[in-house]
Design a protein around this ligand. Structure first.
Ligand code: ZN
Length: 169
């Protein structure tokens, strides 16, 4: 496994539409393993292949239990409700915006061997599904917020919404 460099906003690689994965081979498995290591090192909850410079429809999301979900060729099949909260991106380090997303999201994807499965989650993990899958079409969360927050705005937001920042047991 190896840690890969995360490309940052401004890099045209983040604006491209990624191609589907057609071969579920050792190369894909290495990419997934490297992405897991890169994500864990960066301390994030989700990472998409274009963020490490690979223009394929692959992303990984860590759920609220710390379980890593590998999504190959993912598609959102249904959504429910709404949530509004802080969102950040490893490609835009240190910055946050307020983004409204569905509260519950169901995704159909393939696993690393090519088998189809569906996964449903809510809250932060649902937000993460939407965020990572958008990366595969060249979109960033900044398109959903009118501005990125200043440090004071972030502080104020955290003070006003403490319930969103409680650690899960
Ligand atoms: Zn991102």
């Amino acid at each position: 496994m190896a840690i890969r460099r995360i490309v940052e906003r401004g890099d045209p690689l983040l604006e491209r539409v990624c191609r589907p994965v057609t071969e579920f081979n050792a190369r894909l498995h290495t990419l997934l393993d490297d992405m897991a290591e890169t994500l864990s090192e960066a301390g994030g909850v989700g990472l998409a292949a274009p963020q490490v410079g690979v223009l394929r429809r692959v992303c990984i999301v860590e759920d609220s239990e710390g379980e890593l979900i590998e999504l190959i060729n993912p598609e959102i099949v249904s959504t429910e409700g709404e949530q509004t909260g802080l969102e950040g991106c490893l490609s835009i380090p240190g910055r946050y915006g307020i983004v409204t997303r569905p509260y519950k999201v169901r995704v159909r994807a393939q696993d690393r061997e090519g088998a189809f499965f569906e996964v449903e989650d809510e809250d932060l993990t649902a937000r993460c599904f939407c965020h990572e899958i958008e990366h595969l079409d060249g979109h960033l969360y900044t398109e959903h917020c009118d501005h990125l927050l200043s440090d004071e705005e972030i502080e104020r937001y955290i003070k006003e919404h403490p319930e969103q920042f409680e650690e899960d047991e």
